[in-house]
Design a protein around this ligand. Structure first.
Ligand SMILES: Cc1cc2nc3c(=O)[nH]c(=O)nc-3n(C[C@H](O)[C@H](O)[C@H](O)COP(=O)(O)OP(=O)(O)OC[C@H]3O[C@@H](n4cnc5c(N)ncnc54)[C@H](O)[C@@H]3O)c2cc1C
Length: 354
């Protein structure tokens, strides 16, 4: 029989929840610490749009991000199905591709995006160039305003907040010990907090930006989003707008809500959204369809993506301590693969003990 390990996880954001859930499924005894509240996490995961878009990212990211993203696209549906079966809660995972559009005046931006993507596109991957009728067939709400678009059928997205809530329910069902409102520090085999510490067989440090004192080079990249609600126009999938000044997306959620994002500012500033960003994000949505003018702004949200100098994720291991960080703008895109790398350490340990 394989041994049941006592595992302490620091950080109850996206990586922390996924690691805790997968390890609890393997019957390990898991404790998850977070600096804040589990119902409404303070990490980047809560602000994220939840796009799983390896192709859109390929233009600006390393090919490795694309390759890992493809693997995640295979894993997410299996993991979501398991999670939904276990909890009875939906994470609103959607495999409907994404659409990239530009106004006729900005069509050079769209052509540039397509040519940059084509230059990096691996064999077998498909893009679909759409005319007005093609755009209308996918997104009737945009039909009047766009003569052309680029459809990336393989992309997906997940409702980040529903996913985090479903994961929390699964952790509770699996009797993961949840320790909220506790700032911790990590060491090999030990998690420390203000008034105490606890020993574990393994510690997993997934504190995102909270690990910046310990992890050299970790920086915050500020991202701002606006969430609106409307019954005037609906979208069926993430839509990216190419524009000379801003490249922004609109991701539809339940009950007529749409998340519009996101700025990308080299700063760990967590202060509220600026007026300029509010204007640019709102203008981008208005540019998709002026009928959005009557939408109600229901929330603005700001957070910082945890990024390393190469903007790639990193998993490190020393005896008694595993650290995973640097998910940057790719937490949902790469989450299952990075968590898989963490879990591999335990699988090896289990095999060794057997
Ligand atoms: C505006 C925006 C949009 C984004 N959109 C997307 C997207 O569409 N697709 C995508 O793939 N990615 C997106 N991301 C990126 C994604 O959100 C991150 O990559 C992901 O959340 C990183 O996960 P994480 O678990 O490493 O960190 P986090 O999600 O930040 O979680 C870290 C957790 O650690 C806790 N913590 C920190 N310090 C301590 C401490 N000392 N003690 C205890 N707990 C601590 C925090 O409270 C938090 O809960 C977006 C990010 C932003 C900001």
């Amino acid at each position: 029989m394989r041994s049941r390990l006592r595992i302490g996880i620091a950080g109850g954001g996206l990586l922390g929840r996924l690691c805790a859930w997968r390890l609890a499924l393997r019957k390990h005894e898991v404790t998850l610490f977070d600096a804040g509240d589990f119902e409404r996490p303070g990490g980047a995961c809560w602000t994220a749009a939840g796009m799983i878009s390896p192709l859109s990212e390929l233009v600006s990211a390393e090919p490795e991000v694309y390759r890992m993203g493809l693997r995640s696209l295979e894993l997410w549906p299996q993991w979501i199905a398991e999670l939904e079966r276990q909890t009875g809660l939906s994470a609103s995972y959607r495999h409907a591709g994404s659409l990239v559009v530009a106004h006729p005046l900005d069509k050079a931006e769209l052509a540039q995006f397509q040519s940059d993507l084509n230059a990096k596109l691996p064999a077998g991957e498909t893009l679909q160039w759409l005319d007005r009728a093609g755009v209308a067939a996918l997104e009737p709400g945009l039909a009047e305003h766009f003569e052309q678009g680029l459809y990336l059928p393989s992309e997906a997205d997940v409702n980040s907040r529903l996913l985090l809530q479903a994961l929390l329910a699964a952790l509770r069902q699996s009797e993961v010990r949840l320790v909220a409102n506790t700032m911790v520090e990590c060491a090999a085999n030990r998690i420390h907090w203000n008034s105490g510490s606890e020993r574990f067989d393994w510690v997993i440090d997934v504190r995102g930006l909270g690990a910046s004192r310990k992890m050299t080079g970790l920086r915050g990249v500020r991202g701002e989003v606006v969430i609106i609600e409307t019954s005037e126009v609906s979208l069926n999938r993430p839509v990216r707008l190419m524009h000379p000044r801003y490249k922004l997306y609109a991701v539809p959620r339940l009950h007529g809500q749409i998340i519009i994002g996101a700025t990308e500012i080299e700063s760990a500033d967590m202060s509220p959204i600026s007026l300029q960003s509010t204007l640019e994000l709102s203008s981008a949505l208005y540019a998709l369809n002026p009928a959005f003018a009557e939408a109600r702004v229901v929330e603005t949200s700001v957070n910082c993506r945890p990024a390393l100098p190469d903007n790639l994720p990193r998993v490190t291991r020393e005896p008694g301590l595993i650290c995973a960080n640097g998910l940057y703008r790719h937490g949902y895109l790469l989450g299952p693969v990075v968590v898989g790398q963490v879990l591999d350490h335990f699988l090896r340990e289990e095999k060794h003990a057997a």
